[in-house]
Design a protein around this ligand. Sequence first.
Ligand code: ATP
Length: 287
Amino acid sequence: MELLTVKDLQKSYPGFALKKVSFSLEEGKIMGFIGRNGAGKTTTLSCLLNLVHPDGGKISFFGLPFTENEWEIKQQIGFVSGGVDYYPRKKLHTITQVTRRFYRDWDDEAYRRYLSLFRLSEEKTPMELSAGMKVKYSLALALSHKARLLLLDEPTSGLDPVSREELLDIFLALTREKGVTILFSTHITSDLEKCADSITYIREGEIPYSGPLKAFLANYRLLRFPEGKTPDAAPGVTGLKREKEGYSALLEAGFPVPAEAEEFPVSLDAIMVHLEANDPLEQEGSL
Ligand code: ATP
């Protein structure tokens, strides 16, 4: 079942626009939302919950159109975007008391478990929390009302490697054992390799790819061209990049390896870097 369907979502700011963004999310799966700074990830996630008002498009959660079912849908979603910035001087205990009133299915036992797992004291105020602790507190709140879907904007940024691993383990347990669905944006590609089933890749407000992570990786190989051999344009070769020695580029699946190049397996990071690369042969003249 499609738990989230986004169709032709549009939002314009001066100098930036989401251009008919469409993707969908299968129940019980983890989708990574990736793209470079300013590509439109936060804008998209905020539009999904009407925190930013979209200019157009259709969004439905759990098969229900968002606008007509906002309250019911929000009961079933856990949303985290950055840490808690409201009530900086109130104790977490007080903030939780206020937050829990919004949710029909608040699960205090789960909340206590996450507080203890994240080693958070309710006696502290947001002002007294580190950036990573703020994210953990937001996550504890998001995970404590039996949400069926988690929408998380960079939940792992600011977390130390051990906490990050713990959080990814929680994501896997929630999806595999409880059928929860997760969409999270990240710049940390190892997060995705660890737990994402699929990715949605956004570039300058458009979606060049949304689908299984494995299929995305299988689309490309990495090419290396030795120093002194400036590669000519060849079919299927894209994203040429200067390296310490020679050049590298991507080769799309199904195209032959150019005679002067060697091919290697490719990582998600390398695909992103090459797809976003400016052509160095054009750039050299402008430096
Ligand atoms: P990052 O990875 O850096 O968090 P992002 O992919 O989440 O980036 P967004 O925060 O969605 O990117 O920003 C996309 C574009 O929209 C940027 O050019 C940004 O300047 C612009 N933008 C976002 N919010 C506003 C706003 N309230 N008013 C005007 N422009 C905005």
